[in-house]
Design a protein. Structure first.
Length: 245
């Protein structure tokens, strides 16, 4: 069974995936910023371990990595789940603060996490780094320009990391969700978003049936993922342009 650290797993897809992996027999450590929320998760879900981490703070990442690896020296999987998604009006110069926060959280955060954990993972006989991007890495939602850009960047970073780690014990997997019914962008009740349990069911099935797949793509995300290759890019972008105005 796996030993998995998931920073940013205190709600939504992250927590759902943590619980599914725990049910499957893995050791799972959930990371998050809010200590009181971590206490509640540990109380409500016996068997989950928790570690405080702020993925926007390099010192916090370094400290959390040391704590996780001390308590779980057999750690073999890192899932870089933490992220934010906010609308921006690029005509208003105040968007810059949101853009900078998004880059720090969604791009620098995962890169710093990988830098902190990769040396230990390379010592394991078999290990995994799972990055989390989005279908919007492939066709952008114009209302969230920096979010889309960070997810596209993480996709590109993942591709390069996979090539550089060829011949090592560490594989790189990209999880690219579609819109899912979570609190991200207030999608909890969005009928166009995928129900969380359905998403998790399909992800767990894909992980089991395709253990060496470089990407985990549920059917609902392929509308975005394959748009350019299938000659649908302009139509999909036009459809997304009417959302969240």
């Amino acid at each position: 069974m796996l030993s998995v650290f998931i920073p940013g797993a205190t709600s939504g897809i992250g927590l759902g995936l943590a619980l599914r992996l725990r049910e499957a027999g893995s050791t799972v450590i959930v990371g998050g910023r809010r200590t009181e929320l971590l206490y509640r998760i540990r109380a409500e879900h016996p068997g989950l371990d928790t570690v405080r981490i702020d993925t926007c703070d390099p010192a916090s990442i370094t400290a959390a990595a040391a704590e996780v690896l001390e308590r779980h020296p057999q750690l073999d999987t890192l899932i870089t789940m933490a992220g934010i998604m906010l609308t921006e009006d690029l005509r208003d110069p105040s968007f810059l603060a949101t853009a900078e926060d998004t880059v720090t959280t969604n791009l620098l955060g995962p890169i710093r996490l990988i830098a902190a954990f990769l040396p230990a993972l390379l010592q394991r006989p078999r290990a995994t780094v799972m990055t989390v991007t989005s279908g919007l890495a492939y066709v952008p939602l114009p209302a969230t320009p920096t979010y889309n850009a960070t997810k596209a960047a993480i996709h590109s970073f993942s591709e390069s990391l996979r090539v550089q780690l060829r011949g090592t014990s560490v594989r790189v997997v990209e999880l690219a969700p579609p819109g899912v019914r979570t609190t991200l962008m207030n999608q909890e009740n969005d009928p166009t978003a995928m129900p969380l349990d359905e998403f998790l069911d399909e992800v767990m099935s894909l992980l089991a049936s395709r253990p060496d797949a470089p990407q985990i793509l549920v059917e609902r995300v392929k509308w975005l993922r394959n748009a350019e290759a299938e000659g649908r890019y302009a139509d999909v972008l036009d459809a997304l342009s009417g959302l969240h105005r």
